[in-house]
Design a binder for this molecule. Sequence first.
Ligand code: SF4
Length: 331
Amino acid sequence: TQNDRSTTFTPSLFNSVEKLKQSPAKRNEETGVKRKRDAKDGRIPPLRFEKLHLTVSLLSEQTWCEKKVVYGFLKPEIKKKDKQRIEVKTGASIHLARELEVHDVVQINIQSHEDAVAVSLISMLNMIRWLETGQCVRELPVFGVVEGVYIKGVIDELSYNQKGELVLKDLKTRKQDSLPGDSQASGHRFQVGLYKLLFDALFRGEVKKEHVLEHLKLRAYQPLGAEVITHTANVGINVVTFGELLDAFLLTLSCSDLPCVDVLQLEYCHQGSSSIIGTVLVQFDESQLRAELRGYLEYWRGQREPKGVDIEEAWKCTSCAYKEICDWRKN
Ligand code: SF4
């Protein structure tokens, strides 16, 4: 099947590694900073919850309500229940079905954090080749350092239109058979803008080896696991350590003639009928996007407390999973 389809790789142990990093124990309820660390040396960690990186999804959720994002870390049991809502599950299945239309998904056993990142790099290498031949790719991982913070994300779809422009599309599934209001749509616009920023920076050679190693605290000398080495060889790269793979990856990007993203699109799909509600073009304004991002990063850098919704948007609280415990709402 790999003759005519791309392949995307999934680290089978990655989720458990993430969980280990995100234990909610001993955290300050207001700030998200670990109490023990604060009491000991009084320092503010570079990112709250001791996260080494942020994700595009997390930052996009922050556009809706910052307090809600924080409660997601402090009350994982409520978040888990919220994620089990039927519309969330339906949205995830529609995304998976679309991915499987163009890729085969292969599970790879990993043995280290370096292996987990290596799997993403292999997936990207595979998809870059696919894109270079003019094909559509889905679920393309992207990462980079923006405003001093390591951010990663997964682009829903990249393809070329009839004019030969590279189109980045993000699929949004909706319970209602209508386009979203501006509060929701602005978060979606922010999300696709951030994806473009990351994708373009990668292919302009702005992501350096030390960015990945230092921000994610990875070891260049770490030998890759056996399964990872096999799959690396399948994309034509013979390496032994994570650092060698990273070098080969960055070299491939620098030699690639892929263009920057030309068009940003949001596609809204109705969950009940699976029909397309509409497609919206998004204008890209880098300075506005960066200014907005800097505002959100102030929280993660420990420069201010989390904010809830503005009074004009209190309607957001009525459907919020944390409405019974939210101090912002109570106050
Ligand atoms: Fe945000 Fe309102 Fe939910 Fe509180 S109840 S987390 S302010 S949406």
